[in-house]
Design a protein. Structure first.
Length: 112
C-alpha cells in the first residue's frame, strides 16, 4: 500500500469515526444525569465507545505511513548505491573417473 492510499483510507476512516463520535455522544447526552445507575453506565459506555471509534483513524494518521516511508527511503538509497561485480578466479575440481567428486580431499586446480 502506498502512502497516498494510506492517507486516503485515513481520511475516510476519520470521517466515519467523527460521525460515530457525534452520534454516540449525542445519544449519551440524551440520557439524563438522574436516570439511574444502569442508564448512567450506558451513558458512560457510549462515551467510551465514541472515543474508541477514533482509535483507528488516529493510528492511521500517526503511524501507518512510517513503514512505507522506511521502505521508500531504503529503495532510494539502494538505487543510488554503487555496485561492482568481480569475477573470482575460476577453479576446477578434479573428479574421479566415474565423474563424481572424490570428497573433501579432492584437489583444486586454478583454471587457465
Amino acid at each position: 500500500m502506498v502512502i497516498r492510499d494510506i492517507f486516503r483510507f485515513a481520511r475516510v476512516s476519520t470521517a466515519v469515526g467523527l460521525l460515530c463520535v457525534v452520534l454516540l455522544l449525542a445519544c449519551a447526552q440524551a440520557i439524563p444525569e438522574d436516570a439511574g445507575k444502569l442508564m448512567n453506565g450506558v451513558r458512560e459506555s457510549l462515551n467510551v465507545f465514541a472515543w474508541v471509534a477514533m482509535w483507528r483513524p488516529a493510528e492511521l494518521w500517526l503511524y501507518a505511513h512510517l513503514p512505507e516511508r522506511h521502505w521508500r527511503r531504503l529503495s532510494l538509497r539502494l538505487g543510488q548505491a554503487k555496485v561492482g561485480v568481480e569475477r573470482p578466479a575460476a577453479t576446477i575440481t578434479r573428479a574421479s573417473a566415474s565423474g563424481t567428486p572424490r570428497g573433501p580431499a579432492s584437489e583444486t586446480v586454478a583454471a587457465t
